[in-house]
Ligand binder design. Sequence first.
Ligand code: ZN
Ligand code: ZN
Length: 121
Amino acid sequence: MDIHRQRPSKVPETDARPARLEVTPRGLELDWDDGHKSVFPSRFLRLNCACAGCVQELTGRPLLDPAKVPQDIVIMEFMEVGNYGVQPLWSDGHHTGIFSHNRLRAICPCGEHPKIESETA
Ligand SMILES: [Zn+2]
Ligand SMILES: [Zn+2]
């Protein structure tokens, strides 16, 4: 009912920063300096790429066809972008997506993150 709840791409703020970043056969492994551990499977991360080539900037419409992303795609290497985020190079040649730390934390697939609304101090 409340249209404001529909606000897109609300990213939970976090002060946590990566303490360790490593590409392993499982994907991109990230240990946060608050002790949390995230594992982002390569293909999962590729499908969540929000660069201008994968998502239309103005409308947010997805341009990436998941069927065209190889099942066995891997991250070849990655660049750390200042204190801001991570830019992976995937085995399909894609490399224009930058994942901010906030965004990585927001899409962490571990399933342990409470919704912000229900978070208790
Ligand atoms: Zn992209
Ligand atoms: Zn998590």
